[in-house]
Design a protein around this ligand. Structure first.
Ligand SMILES: NC(=O)C1=CN([C@@H]2O[C@H](COP(=O)(O)OP(=O)(O)OC[C@H]3O[C@@H](n4cnc5c(N)ncnc54)[C@H](O)[C@@H]3O)[C@@H](O)[C@H]2O)C=CC1
Ligand SMILES: CC(=O)C(=O)O
Length: 317
């Protein structure tokens, strides 16, 4: 059995998202070794050289283009390989292309790396998380997706701007699909313990229903708006990847809305985001936050949407 190196990560797919994640992880000093793999080997080599040239301004580490053999002891394997959305495309539109790519990648990962954590980022992330779990044979706690960690950051950012407070003091989650059926869990949202809508009133905002609807729509449509302007999103997700890796490497037991396979009575056999405890073993527990009846129904619809897409994928096998 290969001994895992908790300071080693691998990134598979070195396009916009993979390279931005590699840069963010280099700056974080979390890892002493990062292996980059891409079907386009030149791309992986170019990114490794470019990032390495910044190391004299950072801290020593090894970052290099490698092969699947090189990832055998990587504690975290981050998969960003796959097509991105073109303007107007939804994440779910990518499913066929990216499931095919995963069928070539995940068995290779599982062949060489038996005990690492698989962090899925490519879209549609919830579907690919489920597919990666099936293809790898890893236990569920060690295969999860970045899910709505990015959407939740977008929500906190927008609320922070609206209310004129530090976005880190806002406790609110986007749950469900990382995509069009996602849900803002307003009923549990608060600002340092003060219920969100009460806090809005304290800050002189009295149209909370209308504003919350607008902000939830803006969060949901963020990726479309960015892709329309610059063809891809990558900095926000790169920082989300760094945040998830921090929780794993430092065994923080942080509560993050990652996408993992659900096992509740009503929602099961599908991966979606709910707040979960993330530490060195990956997803170490689910945190079933309180939801209103409306939010619960929307979560069920989100799960049903994902399950329908997943069933199509599984039927084609
Ligand atoms: N989960 C999230 O919040 C986010 C997910 N994404 C998703 O991340 C994925 C990547 O996006 P970008 O980096 O913008 O795309 P990109 O096209 O810039 O990069 C994709 C890379 O994957 C590589 N690749 C393709 N097939 C491969 C294979 N079989 N093995 C190894 N490498 C392979 C390509 O050569 C390319 O370098 C997309 O699916 C996108 O939708 C993007 C932003 C946020
Ligand atoms: C592309 C994508 O999934 C995002 O930026 O949310």
């Amino acid at each position: 059995m290969v001994e895992m190196n908790s300071r080693k990560a691998a990134i598979i797919g070195c396009g916009f998202v993979g390279s931005a994640s590699a840069f963010s992880l280099m700056e974080s000093h979390l890892f002493s070794e990062i292996v980059l793999i891409d079907a386009d080997k030149d791309r992986a080599e170019g990114e490794a050289l470019d990032i390495s040239h910044g190391l004299p301004f950072s801290k020593p580490m090894q970052i290099y283009a490698g092969t699947y053999q090189d990832i055998s002891d990587a504690a975290v394997v981050i998969v960003t390989a796959g097509a991105g959305q073109k303007p107007g495309e939804t994440r779910l539109d990518l499913v066929k292309k990216n499931v095919a790519i995963f069928k070539s990648i995940i068995p290779e990962v599982a062949k060489y790396n038996r005990s690492g954590i698989l962090l899925i980022v490519a879209n549609p992330v919830d579907i690919l998380t489920y597919v990666a779990k099936q293809l790898s044979g890893y236990p569920s706690n060690r295969v999860f997706g970045s899910g709505t960690v990015l959407d939740t950051a977008r929500l906190k950012y927008m609320l922070g701007e609206h209310l004129g407070v530090d976005s880190r003091s806002i406790h609110a989650f986007i749950i469900g699909e990382h995509g069009d059926s996602e849900i803002a869990a307003w009923s549990s949202a608060n600002v340092s313990g003060v219920p969100l809508f009460k806090f809005c009133n304290m800050r002189g905002h009295f149209h909370e229903e209308e504003t919350s609807r607008r902000i939830a729509e803006e969060v949901k449509n963020s990726a479309y708006e960015i892709i329309k302007r610059k063809k891809a999103t990558y900095y926000g997700i790169a920082m989300s990847v760094k945040r998830i890796c921090e929780a794993i490497v430092r065994d923080e037991k942080s509560i993050l809305p990652v996408s993992s396979i659900q096992n509740s009575e009503k929602i099961n056999g599908v991966a979606l985001s709910m707040p979960a405890i993330v530490g060195k073993h990956g997803v170490e527990g689910q945190v079933p936050i309180e939801l209103s009846d409306e939010e619960r129904a929307a979560l069920q619809r989100s799960a049903d949407t994902l399950k329908a897409v997943l069933n199509d994928v599984l039927e084609e096998e």
